[in-house]
Design a protein around this ligand. Structure first.
Ligand code: SF4
Length: 374
């Protein structure tokens, strides 16, 4: 069988038929049951769609002619497609960094989402979206300013990784090593689809199989859902956008923090540590005059030491919202020093992709998101 192109360029367009890639695994099972097929056929169908990435039922050669015709008579296969690609000009990338690329991905209903490839010497990280827009309206985030449009279904999440895998080879000559749910949306508000997409991406016998340990789920700290991840048996990593260990400041930055006070969040982190044996990464964006004082560092250290936590300090991109300015200079150095003195594991992440609005908090599509077919 020829290697399928996932660009969508050769897909058999049939807009009149429903898209089979909108069905989850259980729905595929029900479909095959309705067609009088044994259960293993649903698994084969899933494999054709997401391992072989078949773009036509004709290609599904392990199915008899009648079944292929039945499927083709009622369903179309329409994966997400790439709408636009933008790569950071080399001269705008951070010193020593490899330019980041941002992708506009078009879903079957014409809605656009954004995904990002973040290359480094050792890694190729795909940053993917889980929702169209976001309801949580964090004050520093462009996606939050869009409002919430809809959840992505699992195949729309996996399609981003498949598309970015091709683009990683095309643009950088190597494939994806890590996947992070840090694009548009709060993944924990769409956890069923996130779980299902992870199960597809990590299927061992599938052509594109990645390790659960190379996947990071990022959240603003939704306590009940952190519990669900802890008990899911997944070996993925968890990152929590803390941004402040002071309750009032945190609520000003992330209104949803009012629902999950820091004490509750801390208990959820400890329970996660105990259940999974894994640390949690606390993501902290230093903002001048907001959360970069010595007292903020002290509070952060105290919070982090209540559980098994690492700290990832990230830069803020002032382009999104001029209300805030990134923490820098001696205040930043002293902040880091205080955390290190407290014995914490701290990484400092340089912002990548800011000039193409691909950095943290900058993802927001500007057109085509009225939910209407183009
Ligand atoms: S930071 Fe995350 S949770 Fe907050 S508004 Fe943006 S996408 Fe939503």
């Amino acid at each position: 069988m020829p290697e399928p192109s996932f660009s969508g360029a050769s897909k058999p367009f049939d807009d009149a038929l429903p898209n089979i890639r909108e069905l989850n695994r259980q729905e595929l099972e029900h479909l095959m049951q309705r067609l009088g097929q044994p259960a293993y056929r649903a698994r084969q169908l899933h494999q054709w769609l997401y391992s072989h990435q078949a773009l036509s039922f004709e290609d599904m050669t392990s199915f008899g002619k009648k079944l292929r015709e039945q499927l083709a008579g009622s369903w179309a296969i329409r994966p997400a497609t790439l709408d636009a690609t933008e790569t950071e000009p080399a001269q705008c990338a951070a010193p020593g960094a490899i330019p980041t690329s941002k992708f506009l991905v078009k879903l079957d209903d014409g809605v656009l989402i954004e995904s990002v490839l973040i290359p480094s010497e050792e890694r190729m990280t795909a940053c993917i979206s889980s929702q169209v827009g976001c309801a949580l309206r964090c004050t520093f985030c462009a996606t939050g300013q869009m409002g919430f449009k809809r959840d992505l279904v699992a195949p729309e999440i996996t399609d981003q990784v498949f598309l970015l895998q091709q683009e990683a080879h095309r643009l950088y000559g190597r494939g994806i090593t890590n996947t992070v749910f840090m694009g548009m949306g709060e993944p924990l508000l769409n956890l069923d689809n996130v779980f299902e997409s992870i199960s597809t991406l990590t299927e061992q016998e599938y052509r594109f199989s990645i390790s659960e340990r190379k996947i990071t789920i990022s959240t603003v700290g939704l306590v009940p859902e952190i519990g669900r991840i802890a008990t899911s048996g997944l070996k993925t990593k968890l990152a929590i956008s803390l941004h402040s260990a002071d309750q009032a400041t945190r609520e000003r930055m992330m209104p949803v923090a009012a629902d999950y006070p820091l004490d509750e969040l801390s208990r959820a982190i400890s329970a996660y540590n105990t259940k999974t044996g894994q640390p949690v990464t606390l993501v902290y964006m230093l903002l001048e005059g907001i959360n970069d004082a010595p007292e903020d560092a002290r509070k952060l250290a105290r919070f982090a030491k209540r559980g098994l936590c690492k700290i990832n300090l990230i830069d803020y991109n002032a382009i999104v919202n001029l209300k805030f300015r990134p923490g820098y200079g001696s205040a930043k150095s002293m902040f880091i020093e205080r955390l290190l003195d407290a014995g914490l594991h701290v990484t400092v992440r340089k912002s990548q992709g800011a000039t193409i609005n691909a950095a943290c908090g900058q993802l927001a599509t500007r057109s085509g998101n009225d939910g209407a077919k183009p």
